[in-house]
Design a binder for this molecule. Structure first.
Ligand code: AMP
Ligand code: MG
Length: 522
């Protein structure tokens, strides 16, 4: 890969673990450990993104080459690189979990291309010093989910890691999907994902928890220098500004999640990127029927900490942990508290604006808050598909009657017979207010609809779609992986030949494992 320009800043500038044995251990006074991927038995390329390849300096033609297969399956280490695993900690489900680290992720290298820096990271390429008692591997099902979803999110305009390649390892991996004593062998797979860096909130928490303040200062300054070069001023001011930037980008990311109906499922602080990008696609899911209490993660089914409607609050809680980690450098709680407090206020006002834009309303007025809360309530009266509901609002014209307008979104209801009596009355009343409100908007129908079609996606990676592509892939048929990959590159386009994916979740998927219920087993 002749244009791959290796430029390792992380390993060159930050403290390394002097122990190079690949044994599980606590790693102190270091931010990473050198470790090589485990050689896969029989790697096979399933899919690769030409766009992401080009983004990092790999040409389209090189994708089918032997060096590409070898490098991104972990079979061979790229020339002049030394792969490494990051040491980080985190709060999991609200509890301090201590050292976690890249237990099954291995950073191959950083590369520079077109003045941008990227870290190329394999997920599922074998054990590292952070694997604890686990195997360092990933199964095909979770790798397809990560590979497809990250790219789908990118094209939806949601900040995210990117996916370069998806490979079969040729190894068998033992997993107990439901944690109920029924382990079975599954196909192993490896995803290469790409991000500016894989630094997480938990990276800072780890250092502070060990009271390694010199490393903390060095690491924060490293992060600012390379990723927030616009930050200037006194050191303490810089650290506060850094926190402000992370809070801002995190807020924007969550806003996008709420816009498209994405539920991350495991918002632990070790899964929060300091770049405000979506990272670590595990038991995530997409809202089908609009339900703020929904979480796809069976591990969280009791408390529902990471439910759709709680994501902004959890983001704030996670930022609070990051603030604690930065505090020893700042020694003044006030500026950090101010940022944390304004987080939810800013989120709420941005949320209102975002929600109105989904309705095609681009200037806010006093009574809009009521319009929003009434709609959020109505959407929960009877199972209502979020994606179809919002997308089909683009059929409504200002001059429509209430009956006409309502008819245009009727496909969104899962149980049509429930749309009667007070449910119907509530909807009639809402549409009547909505139509009146639409009349006050200055944009013409055409202009408004064009804008709405860039906000309300037509196609998302519905949970059952991911599962269909996994079931086929398990049988060696990767055509649905490719089909969804292409479909989701244009999530806002009509794509009439793909209309069958603009459909409610079929009944068989309602409570099927992998569709509505996902565990952390991956
Ligand atoms: P997650 O919730 O998937 O982000 O993972 C939490 C922690 O567990 C991270 O430190 C992961 O690296 C680690 N982990 C998850 N799965 C495995 C695995 N199969 N082998 C080793 N470590 C793992
Ligand atoms: Mg993780």
């Amino acid at each position: 890969m002749k244009n791959l320009k290796i430029n390792n800043r992380f390993t060159a500038e930050l403290p390394a673990d002097p122990d190079e044995s690949n044994e599980p251990r606590q790693v102190t006074n270091a931010l990473f450990s050198y470790v090589n991927p485990t050689k896969p038995a029989n790697p096979q390329l399933i899919h690769a993104s030409e766009t992401v390849a080009e983004l990092v300096g790999i040409s389209k033609d090189e994708i089918q080459s032997e060096p590409f297969l070898n490098a991104f399956s972990g079979k061979e280490v790229l020339p002049e690189t030394r792969p490494y695993a990051l040491c980080y900690a985190g709060h999991q489900f609200g509890n301090w979990a201590g050292q976690l680290g890249d237990g099954r992720a291995i950073n191959l290298t950083e590369v520079e291309h077109n003045n941008q820096f990227f870290t190329l990271q394999l997920k599922g390429a074998g054990k590292t010093p952070y694997s604890r008692t686990a195997d360092g591997l990933a199964v095909l099902r979770s790798s397809i989910r990560e590979y497809l979803c990250a790219e789908a999110m990118f094209y939806l305009g949601v900040p995210t890691t990117r996916s370069l390649s998806l490979m079969l390892s040729g190894d068998e991996v033992l997993r107990d999907i439901l944690y109920n004593g029924n382990p079975a062998y599954e196909k192993g797979a490896i995803v290469c994902r790409v991000a500016p860096s894989f630094i997480r909130f938990g990276s800072f928490e780890m250092i502070t928890s060990r009271n390694e303040l010199k490393n903390l200062k060095q690491f924060v300054e490293y992060t600012i220098k390379h990723y927030f070069p616009e930050i200037e001023g006194e050191p303490k001011d810089q650290y506060v500004q850094f926190f402000q930037k992370v809070a801002d980008t995190t807020r924007e990311m969550i806003l996008h999640w709420q816009r498209v109906g994405f539920v991350h499922g495991v918002m632990n602080t070790d899964n929060m990127s300091i770049h405000g990008i979506t990272i670590d696609y595990g038991p995530y899911g997409w809202l089908e029927n609009y339900d703020p209490n929904w979480t796809p993660n069976t591990t969280d089914s009791q408390n529902r900490r990471y439910r759709f409607g709680n994501q902004p609050q959890v983001a704030q809680w996670n930022l609070y942990q990051l603030a604690n980690a930065l505090y020893p450098l700042i020694n003044d709680a006030k500026p950090l508290e101010n940022i944390l407090e304004s987080f939810i206020n800013k989120f709420n006002s941005d949320y209102k604006e975002m929600f109105l834009s989904k309705l095609g309303l681009f200037t806010s007025i006093e009574t809009d808050s009521e319009l929003i809360t009434d709609l959020e309530e109505n959407l929960q009266l009877s199972e209502t598909d979020m994606t179809i509901f919002f997308r089909n609002l683009n059929r409504i014209k200002k001059e429509d009657s209430v009956e006409n307008a309502f008819e245009k979104i009727i496909d969104a209801f899962y149980i049509p017979k429930e749309i009667a009596n007070n449910v119907l009355e509530n909807w009639t009343s809402w549409f009547s207010s909505y139509l009146k409100r639409l009349q006050t908007e200055k944009l013409s129908d055409e202009e408004r609809i064009a804008k709405m079609n860039t906000i309300n996606p037509k196609y998302v990676l519905r949970n059952y779609m991911a599962q269909l592509s996994i079931d086929a892939a398990d049988q060696g048929d990767f055509s649905l992986v490719s089909e969804f990959y292409s479909l989701l590159q244009k999530p806002y386009d009509e794509q009439p030949e793909m209309e069958k994916w603009f459909a409610k979740r079929p009944d068989w998927a309602r409570s099927k494992v992998g569709c509505s219920m996902l565990s952390c087993s991956s």
